[in-house]
Design a protein around this ligand. Structure first.
Ligand SMILES: [Zn+2]
Length: 63
């Protein structure tokens, strides 16, 4: 279990970008847990651009 509170919020608003809510203003690195590809952006990519994995597989990478 990591970040219980934010995890719950993501479940409640799965398609709402947190940046749009003003909670996160910086760029983040997103990593696909399937193939390891990374991309940068404020929002979690809907799918992995490399392998097409579902967004559930894409996690925020620690930088
Ligand atoms: Zn991937």
């Amino acid at each position: 279990m990591v970040g219980g509170r934010s995890a719950v919020q993501e479940k409640m608003n799965p398609d709402i970008c947190r940046a749009a809510q003003g909670r996160e203003k910086v760029m983040a690195t997103w990593k696909c847990s399937e193939c390891g590809a990374t991309s940068e952006g404020r929002c979690r990519p809907k799918t992995c651009k490399n392998c097409g994995a579902d967004k559930e597989k894409i996690v925020k990478a620690e930088s």
